[in-house]
Design a protein around this ligand. Structure first.
Ligand code: ATP
Ligand code: MG
Length: 456
């Protein structure tokens, strides 16, 4: 068998701009079955069923996106997306157990037993988002859909635009994605600045996929991200939020943060970090603590633990708060409560653009303000004063303390049995899905996972 990464033929050009008129679209690289790794055995049964049903009804149907990319990379894909020549109404007719979602881009979700959902989209044309024109104007109904080549060129990254088809089991690559997988390069399709301008969240996707796959970023793409990073502020909060959670929970958060810091995307997302990261006395320590904490988060994710939103943001903010001169000296309950209020006010400003619920902000403020209390009241035998263990915020403060200790290289959280009070258990039950009975609700054998966070 020859290499699964065949060398591209000399023509078509490796990375044609996304603005080519339809007639100039290149012919794709077509890779026969023996020369690529995408086997039906690696594809979800339901996704195969959907493709066969569409084919039998006379339509084209390709596996696209992360499904093909991850199989190439030897990973188990998270989900399988399908692109087809059938329009949403036609898809709906073929699959009675389905529904159409989305306003601008209509997708069909096909439901299977066991809660499985396969998402099917109609081939989109490039006019969807990459041709000049009035964003607000309504495209004529027929204009919305395109052919496979157009669909490939409107996708974000070359490595995400590879098709697999079930007629002769070939891989079809219009944009040079297979070569980029081989070269371990993340590259925006077309003119990077233009693609970013049309949809700035693509910058987050560039960084995510480079971090996840340990790929380098093509210099033109990287330059365009750096130049256009502020455009992220123009995106609807909900989209940025969705993308951010994929990064925080994706298991490559530490690598993601390095790229986000280097590109400046980090301070666009979290402008409140600007001052401390520009301060020569604090920048390195703050950055190192941040990366270490996110490394701990990646470890928890790798163990299948679903870290709740308040804890994710507490970890993200901890280095900032720790950099405040007096913060770590707090040692009384009164001072900690007063600081909770200060943090609450500050968080409101921080999170305006991320749409974090008020209750979650309060939880974050409380947990953070408890950290110095945990550090400064810990007794010689490693326990804490009774009055503190009875507090409702003890459990979350303790978790922050443990994660902070691990990030500081002191110990691994998994080795610690968590003493939990009745009040602590309450919180554990309500927010983390762990705990229940007396004793160490966060011990390794609980249903909620080693750290008490819910498993996926
Ligand atoms: P994951 O493993 O996180 O699911 P994915 O690449 O499949 O990775 P999805 O969010 O499921 O990511 O998107 C599916 C596909 O849709 C992508 O692979 C890409 O081809 C396309 N896509 C997603 N977002 C965009 C975007 N903003 N612009 C262009 N294409 C996009
Ligand atoms: Mg996907």
């Amino acid at each position: 068998m020859s290499s699964v990464f065949p060398v591209r033929p000399p023509s078509p050009p490796a990375h044609p701009p996304a603005t080519l008129p339809g007639s100039l679209l290149p012919t794709p690289l077509v890779i026969p079955r023996p020369e690529h790794p995408v086997s039906r055995q690696l594809i979800d049964r339901e996704a195969l069923k959907v493709m066969y049903r569409l084919r039998d009804a006379g339509f084209l149907a390709y596996l696209v996106g992360g499904g093909v990319r991850d199989i190439y990379l030897g990973k188990v894909p998270k989900d399988f997306d399908i692109s087809t020549s059938a329009n949403p109404n036609e898809i709906r007719k073929i699959f009675r157990n389905s529904r159409i979602i989305g306003r601008r881009f209509r997708l069909v979700q096909v439901f299977f037993g066991g809660g499985k959902i396969v998402e099917v989209s109609t081939f989109r044309c490039r006019t969807d988002d990459d041709e000049p024109g009035d964003e607000a104007s309504v495209l004529p109904a027929n204009n919305e859909f395109g052919d496979p080549a157009e669909d490939a060129f409107r996708r974000d990254l070359t490595i995400n635009a590879i098709f697999y088809e079930i007629e002769s089991y070939t891989v079809i690559d219009y944009t040079g994605g297979v070569q980029d997988l081989h070269d371990k390069v993340v590259r925006l399709i077309g003119d990077p600045a233009r693609r970013i301008t049309r949809d700035p969240v693509r910058m987050m996707r560039v960084i995510r996929h480079a971090a996840r796959a340990s790929f380098t970023i093509d210099p033109l793409t990287w330059e365009a991200v750096i130049t256009n990073r502020e455009m992220l502020n123009l995106c609807p909060v909900s989209r940025v939020r969705d993308e951010l959670f994929k990064d925080l929970r994706g298991g490559a958060c530490c690598a993601w943060a390095k790229l986000a810091l280097n590109s400046g995307i980090f301070t666009v997302l979290f402008p409140f970090y600007e001052t401390v990261l520009a301060d020569p006395d604090n920048a390195t320590t703050t950055q190192n603590l941040l990366l270490n904490l996110l490394g701990v988060l990646d470890r928890l994710t790798a163990e299948g633990q679903n870290v709740p939103e308040d804890m994710l943001f507490s970890l993200l903010l901890l280095p900032l708060v720790v950099a405040e001169p007096e913060f770590l000296t707090i040692q009384t309950q009164q001072a900690s409560s007063a600081h909770t209020l200060v943090l609450r006010d500050r968080l409101e400003g921080y999170f305006l653009r991320l749409n974090i619920k008020r209750a979650t902000q309060d939880q974050i403020a409380r947990s953070l303000a408890t950290l110095p209390l945990m550090i400064n009241t810990q007794q010689q035998d490693g326990s804490w004063p009774k009055w503190l263990t009875r507090k409702s915020y003890f459990a979350s403060g303790h978790q922050i303390f443990e994660l902070y200790s691990e990030a500081q290289g002191m110990k691994t959280v998994a080795e610690v049995a968590f003493p939990v009070t009745a009040a602590g258990e309450e919180r554990a039950k309500s927010s983390f899905g762990g705990g229940g009975s007396r004793g160490p609700a966060f011990a390794p054998n609980t249903k909620g996972g080693v750290f008490g966070f819910r498993k996926y």
